[in-house]
Design a protein around this ligand. Structure first.
Ligand code: NDP
Ligand code: MG
Length: 395
């Protein structure tokens, strides 16, 4: 074993962030060793990754898919294991230094918690895990001695603008400004949003991403989740997290300091930049992303968020002000609503109806939240409520 080699697990390796991570890893074979990979549906893609990176272990959700994968892995020594507990075991294994959390949705919370408790270097793309886990997630990071590195481009930008010593952050930050592209419907008339199809919603103007986050970008629920994520990552009161639309996606976010100085991080919209920063932190290595050409930039512009077009954004601050567990409720409702929209069971504008209705119904009567079990139970309760609302809307 070479101590200078970082031994890496990628949770959700077949997705958009997962494949970009492997793209960066492949550029630096002397720095990274892939120990574990996981996928949910795409066994062909996972098999190809196993053939290329030769991980010790690959995790899949069912015995059926394990059989498919084993069949495709003819001659590759990767051990194929099954289930949610196997994901946690892989994330906490003693031969692992770093865990890239790139599963989509609350399903990624348990392995993130396992990595945090085991004191890993945790590269967090899976924002829903932090939105659900909230203070308990941050507590596990602290108690486990883990290093939490943001991968979401906005949070990576903020992190890159701050000094290493976290103890100085509260004193220096007045507020932060998360930039948002505004997605594909930034200029669309609010009263025409109900006709939007899944194909239109996933066609993001600046970023190529998985389907769920693409729909979240179109509703700006992605930014709502990011406001909640930022509140926890940077330990800020919710009012200190602001949002501005910046259609070019060149400035990835900004820190406004107490002295009115503004620090920003810029770059081409390519997830390999924040991924590489997480992988190499505190060093800087080649990411493969194209360089920014300042002479080609026509303008950097900024706009306020129109609450009629994007009513979901406000839910972030509402959920943060509501009792603990409310952000888990919001996330669960949104996951169910986005899935129903992608299945063409509800309209685009119904996503907000489901989210707002579920928060309104559940937030006033949440029980105490003392452990992850409580949050997962709440997640299930919110999904049941949201599914009922979806059925009502679909009828
Ligand atoms: P994708 O949908 O492209 O990939 C998701 C990955 O998770 C795939 O490997 C998928 O497997 C796996 N997966 C899906 N559902 C489950 C489940 N229930 N249990 C275990 N594994 C599962 O998503 P993205 O890569 O776009 O996003 C991943 C995370 O990163 C999200 O939380 C997103 O918000 C965040 N993020 C993404 C960005 C981007 O540019 N894409 C930017 C910033 C943050 P399979 O492929 O087999 O279905
Ligand atoms: Mg983002």
């Amino acid at each position: 074993m070479n101590p200078s080699v970082q031994r890496l697990v990628i949770l959700g390796s077949t997705g958009s962030v997962g494949t970009s991570t492997l793209d960066v890893v492949a550029r630096h074979p002397e720095r990274f060793e892939v120990v574990g990979l996981s996928a949910f549906q795409r066994m062909d893609a996972l098999a190809a990754q196993c053939r290329q990176f030769r991980p010790r272990v690959a995790v899949v959700p069912t015995e059926e898919r394990a059989a498919v994968l084993r069949g495709l892995l003819d001659g590759v020594a990767t051990e194929v294991v099954v289930g949610a507990q196997a994901l946690c075991d892989m994330a906490a294994a003693s031969d692992v230094d770093s865990v890239m959390a790139a599963i989509v949705g609350a399903a990624g919370l348990p392995p993130c918690m396992a990595a945090a408790r085991a004191g890993k270097r945790l590269l967090l793309a899976n924002k829903e895990a932090l939105v659900v886990g909230a203070g308990l997630f941050m507590q596990a990071v602290e108690e486990g001695g883990a290093t939490l590195l943001p991968i979401d481009s906005e949070h990576s930008a903020i992190f890159q603008c701050l000094p290493e010593d976290r103890g100085t952050w509260a004193q220096r930050i007045d507020h932060i400004v998360l930039t948002a592209s505004g997605g594909p419907f930034r200029q669309r008339a609010p009263d025409s949003l109900h006709d939007i199809t899944p194909e239109q919603a996933v066609a993001h103007p600046n970023w190529v991403m998985g389907r769920k986050i693409s729909v979240d970008s179109a509703t700006m629920m992605n930014k709502a989740l990011e406001v909640i994520e930022a509140r926890w990552l940077f330990s800020l009161e919710p009012e200190r997290v602001q949002v501005v639309i910046h259609p070019q996606s060149i400035i990835h976010s900004m820190v406004v300091c107490r002295d009115a100085s503004v620090l920003a991080q810029l770059g081409t919209p390519d997830m390999r930049v924040p991924i590489t920063y997480g992988l190499s932190y505190p060093e800087r290595i080649e990411s493969g992303a194209p360089r920014l050409d300042f002479l080609q930039l026509s303008a950097l512009s900024f706009e306020p968020v129109d609450p009629l077009r994007f009513p979901g954004l406000q839910l972030a601050w509402e959920a943060l002000r509501a009792p603990a567990g409310s952000t888990a409720v919001l996330n669960a409702a949104n996951e169910e609503a986005v899935a129903a929209f992608l299945d063409r069971r509800i309209r685009f504008t119904d996503i907000h109806r489901v989210n707002a209705g579920t928060i309104e119904a559940l937030a006033p009567r949440l029980g105490p939240v003392t452990g992850i079990g409580d949050l997962l139970a709440l997640d299930e309760r919110a999904r049941t409520h949201a599914r009922g609302a979806i059925q009502g809307l679909a009828a």
